[in-house]
Design a protein. Structure first.
Length: 600
């Protein structure tokens, strides 16, 4: 039996959706020709799509019992005991998502992507999803603009909480390029993050400590942003191999736009005697000799807190630090800011793009942004440093045909395309004159850009001359006091970590030979939570978690789910390993902080 639409129910759902997302779903005017709903044997709605596979009508749920069908499907999904982020392709009539929510941990995050907004809007006239819309662990993405923000939202949760990413496709949904490409990019981001923690996080944190120690000499990023002339465009100079084609045209653009040089592009600018207005650097291990050029001797550096220490020394007194974390702000004070949500994109050029956006710049020109090889060359300089070692592939070129790129550069291209979709008020011009096509950008030559900018002139030297320092003397002394306090906190963490590991051993024996769910054990579980909380509430542990612990996969979830023996055993075994090793982590980080405090 076909079901009739309930417009009052649809309005209720739409109102809740709009309240949460400031967007009201669009109804397909031809929805009745495309979709219909029938009643299952159990009285539940069943969705049908006319010509769903191009020829035949498709039924999206069981005509007998769609809830039971979804529950059987969900039981086959096994993500282990750790907290997960689940990206779901297809909402359908909601049965798959609700079945997963029953099967998985209650703190599992769901990012639900429905590729057909019209289908979603049609379904809203048959089922009530206001409970899902009010659920803090459920996010819906149905519109083009929302979908552009999905990847960034998931990346933020990956970075902040370390949950494991999973991707699932609801029954009867077919391959979707947006879902597949987003998931690929997110898995790549997750792998890069884990690799960073294993191999680079500790040296990066020592660079951060140097920045903290000298924050009283750094330029105030808020005042720096205020000094940027309204309406000024920016040209981001990257070091791709095409840079040599048009670098001299920057002479025409000087004083007509903000010239932002990435660190590796400085040698090419120096060779052509072109003085940029800003240099950007972010890498803790990048050779600081790249910034030895005469053209940057008086230029301010916008650097991440983890910029190479030698680079920080070269620009001491004229560095603007960006992308401060919440943890760092607790040590450095509120005058240290990020100007807003920041996405680094994984390299210095994409970071420069985000910096320009946060500085309020609405027109951004990219040059040297090849994201591809040119006659075998990977950068405009002659150095072999930074040669990609990942797999190469052919992608669409800026002037048609294909160019040879690699998986790493593909992720950088995805960043630019994602930003262009998210920030529709920005104008992005690709004047590289070679390399990969960045979808959504305008393609121009740099001479055409120079023609466009020549009517307006800006005095940036004067604007940047009056930027105050980030910290007062009192603020800096407070930072040093908090750093010194951490030294004692690291000792507490080392000792308490061993106590927690010992207590987890006792609980593990209960889980193996008795019943962890026994009411008599609940006091012990509460004590375990209290012991762990005494570690987590310290700023020193936040530093360990975010910047120092190399095996990120071993970090236990903030909340332990010990509801039965089967669930408890792997969680406790991992906790024993983690808290036993926490002493070494705490002691080595303490030594790094002592070195920073003792070094000028």
């Amino acid at each position: 039996m076909r079901l009739n639409k309930d417009e009052a129910l649809r309005k209720k759902n739409f109102d809740a959706f709009e309240k949460k997302y400031d967007y009201r779903p669009a109804i397909d005017p031809d929805e009745d020709e495309k979709y219909w709903m029938e009643e299952s044997r159990t009285g539940k709605p069943v969705l049908f799509i006319k010509n769903g596979d191009g020829t035949n009508d498709i039924r999206m749920n069981s005509i007998y019992d769609p809830e039971y069908e979804a529950e059987r499907w969900a039981k086959k999904v096994d993500f282990g005991s750790k907290r997960s982020i689940v990206m779901v392709l297809g909402f359908s009539v909601g049965y798959p998502v609700r079945a997963l929510k029953k099967e998985l941990r209650p703190d599992t995050s769901f990012y639900i992507y429905e590729p057909q907004e019209g289908l979603f809007s049609f379904v809203m006239a048959f089922i009530d999803i206001t409970d899902l819309l009010s659920d803090q662990y459920c996010e819906f993405y149905i519109s083009k603009k929302q979908t552009a923000q999905m990847e960034t939202a998931i990346m933020t949760e990956q970075s902040n909480y370390g949950a494991e990413l999973q991707g699932v496709t609801s029954p009867y949904y077919r391959i979707d390029d947006i879902f597949d490409n987003t998931l690929r990019s997110l898995f790549m981001f997750e792998a890069m993050h884990k690799n960073y923690q294993r191999n680079r996080a500790r040296i990066s944190f020592e660079c951060r400590l140097y920045a903290w120690k000298h924050m009283n000499e750094a330029l105030d990023i808020i005042k720096f942003a205020e000094a940027i002339p309204e309406g000024i465009p920016a040209v981001i100079v990257s070091a791709g191999p095409s840079l040599k084609k048009n670098v001299k045209v920057l002479d025409r653009i000087k004083n007509h736009a903000l010239i932002v040089a990435t660190d590796r592009a400085v040698s090419v600018l120096d060779h052509n005697n072109i003085i940029p207005d800003i240099v950007v650097s972010l890498d803790s291990q990048k050779d600081s000799s790249m910034l030895d050029g005469e053209v940057v001797k008086k230029v301010p550096l916008i650097g991440s807190f983890q910029t190479n220490i030698e680079t920080q020394k070269k620009f001491r007194g004229r560095t603007v630090y960006y992308d401060v974390t919440k943890v760092e702000r607790a040590f450095l004070g509120e005058t240290v800011d990020s100007l807003g949500a920041f996405e680094s994109g994984g390299n210095v050029a994409s970071s420069a793009f985000s910096i320009c956006r946060l500085l309020g710049i609405k027109t951004i020109v990219l040059i040297g942004q090849d994201l591809a090889f040119l006659d075998g060359k990977h950068h405009a300089d002659e150095s072999e440093a930074g040669k990609p070692t990942c797999n190469t592939l052919e992608i669409e070129g800026i002037y048609g045909g294909t160019v040879t790129s690699c998986t790493e550069w593909l992720a950088f291209r995805d960043f630019f395309e994602r930003q262009i979709k998210m920030y529709e008020d920005m104008r992005v011009i690709d004047a590289t004159e070679g390399g990969a096509l960045i979808h959504g950008s305008e393609i121009m030559t740099l001479n055409e850009v120079a023609d466009m900018f020549e009517d307006k002139t800006y005095n940036l030297t004067e604007a940047f001359a009056k930027i105050p320092k980030t910290q007062t003397l009192e603020g800096h002394e407070r930072t040093l006091e908090l750093m010194n306090k951490c030294l004692g906190d690291f000792d507490f963490i080392a000792k308490r970590g061993e106590e927690v590991a010992d207590f987890c051993n006792k609980l593990l024996r209960i889980a193996k030979y008795q019943n962890i769910a026994d009411s008599k054990v609940q006091k012990k579980l509460k004590l375990l939570d209290d012991m762990r909380m005494s570690i987590y509430e310290l700023g020193a542990y936040s530093l360990l978690d975010q910047f120092w612990i190399q095996d990120v996969e071993s970090i236990p979830d903030y909340t332990f789910m010990l509801r039965n023996n089967e669930e408890a055993i792997p969680i406790l075994e991992n906790a024993i390993k983690f808290y036993t090793h926490l002493r070494e982590d705490a002691e080595s980080m303490k030594e790094a902080m002592i070195r920073a405090l003792q070094t000028d």
